[in-house]
Ligand binder design. Structure first.
Ligand code: PHE
Length: 457
């Protein structure tokens, strides 16, 4: 084997560091904020089932493909693709994987930061005991008050962007991975505490049946697209984040094992969040389909009622902010590294440029919850449209291109060598990336009329 894995950014000391970094990227708002609300909007069980199937047959194989491309390309996504294109004698077109990913990360962070800002503001609200003994009405009104105030949202969005760019500018994100080692287990335990509360909330049976009994009459093709898009979003796939971390994976570490571990942890966190939230929804006669405010309208009710709720509530939102933080860093890192390596910027200046641009675009999301809430394009607010374009179009498209590149263009011997699997497992992986992912993404795209509307045909 002729592999030289020392990148200019150094190498992880063991596979564990990669697992922690990638888990830090994967577990975030997607699991705790987005998964419950889109499940609520799309009718529950059937949506959850499609999401789980997508994780298993598309998400895990694409994660393996991204890690292998990253480890083989040994650089940030755009530069890694450049190397791989030479190795595979492929057309320069394939650099689009790096480019589109970098842009997707930037677009996603612009709204991700606004939502992370909500979580930040809930840290202070919980710590001040605002939710002690609060009714569902009060909790709902508190959320409405927050999002209807452009200034509050702006403040928290700015603070979160600042936190993110501060870490990125110093290039100390590997320090954050050390934090992931403690934060993930803590988040886990806290979610279990909340599931415990939900068990006794009076809505458990209804919540569990909403999540786990599929009723396909409630699921539209758009719902299927959202479930598939979310499989990419929640695992940080289709935009090069995992590829970037894969560049640091030591050669002897197993790509399959690490991918299963990351995807397993990520899925577990999402399901626990769902099991904690939906019983509260039903016990309080709330609507599962209220949208992006779902967790902020429900969890504080639980914290307000449980013993030690101020402590648990504050801790929960702190952990949520940390989870969002480690994801946010991976969203913007490809752009910052690109500016450093290809545009000769200092790391500080690159972070400043990327941060200011992302912050400015985030204003669109800030205002889409208040000042321009009524301005709709294709039935969506600015935030909804941006989320749709990135999670449901750009990431699956990126995943499709990665699947084709890794499955069809990269010489067979290279993927075999990198993945180091037995023949049956390798053939299964290859079948999934060559056929299943591309066909699934195309079939779903073709069936969603909103896509035709947006692209004008
Ligand atoms: N996976 C992250 C989450 O679930 C979001 C993310 C998407 C991060 C794409 C990086 C790349 O919150």
């Amino acid at each position: 084997m002729n592999k030289n894995h020392t990148t200019q950014h150094g190498s992880w000391s063991s596979g564990w560091a990669f697992v922690l970094a990638a888990t830090g990227s994967a577990v975030g708002l997607g699991n705790i904020w987005k998964f419950p609300y889109i499940t609520g909007e799309n009718g529950g069980g059937a949506f959850v089932l499609v999401y789980l199937v997508c994780i298993a047959v598309i998400g895990i194989p694409i994660m393996m493909a991204e890690v292998l491309l990253g480890r083989r390309g040994r650089a940030t996504p755009i530069n890694a693709m450049r190397t791989l294109i030479v190795e595979a004698s492929a057309s320069r077109f394939w650099k689009i994987i790096g480019w589109m990913g970098m842009i997707a990360g930037f677009l996603i962070l612009s709204y991700y930061s606004v939502i992370a800002g909500w979580a930040l503001s809930y840290v202070t609200k919980s710590a001040l005991g605002e939710f002690s003994g609060a009714s569902a009405e009060f909790v709902g009104a508190t959320f409405d008050e927050l999002v209807s105030s452009p200034l509050s949202l702006l403040f928290w969005h700015t603070l979160f962007m600042f936190m993110t760019m501060f870490v990125v500018a110093r290039g100390v994100e590997h320090g954050l991975e050390k934090a992931v080692r403690f934060l993930m287990p803590a988040l886990f335990i806290l979610l279990i505490v909340m599931v415990g509360y939900s068990l006794n909330s009076g809505g458990f049976a209804q919540g569990a049946s909403f999540l786990f009994s599929p009723d396909f009459s409630k699921l539209s093709w758009t719902g299927v697209l959202i479930a598939m898009g979310h499989a990419f979003f929640t695992l940080s796939l289709g935009m090069g984040a995992i590829m970037m971390y894969g560049a640091y994976l030591p050669p002897q570490a197993s790509i399959a094992k690490t991918s299963f571990l990351i995807a397993g942890a990520d899925t577990l966190v999402a399901l626990l969040a769902g099991i904690a939230i939906f019983p509260i929804v039903f016990a309080n006669n709330l609507q599962p389909g209220v949208g992006p405010g779902l967790i902020f309208n429900t969890l504080p009710i639980a914290f307000g009622a449980m013993p030690g709720g101020v402590f648990f509530g504050t801790l929960f939102f702190i952990l949520l902010v940390f989870a969002a933080w480690s994801s946010a860093i991976s969203l913007i890192e490809p752009m910052v590294t690109w500016l450093v390596e290809n545009r000769d910027q200092s790391r500080f200046k690159a972070s400043l440029i990327a941060g200011v641009l992302t912050w400015a675009l985030g204003l669109g999301t800030v205002f889409s919850f208040n000042l321009i809430a009524d301005v709709k394009m294709y039935d969506s607010t600015f935030f909804d449209l941006l989320d749709f374009l990135t999670s449901n179009i750009m990431l699956p498209l990126g995943g499709l291109l990665i699947a084709i590149f890794a499955g069809w263009l990269l010489p067979h011997i290279m993927s075999l060598d990198e993945l180091n699997l037995d023949t049956r497992a390798y053939s299964l992986w290859r079948f999934l990336v060559r056929y299943v992912t591309p066909i699934a993404v195309l079939v779903v795209f073709v069936n969603v009329t909103k896509i035709y509307k947006i692209f004008g045909f």
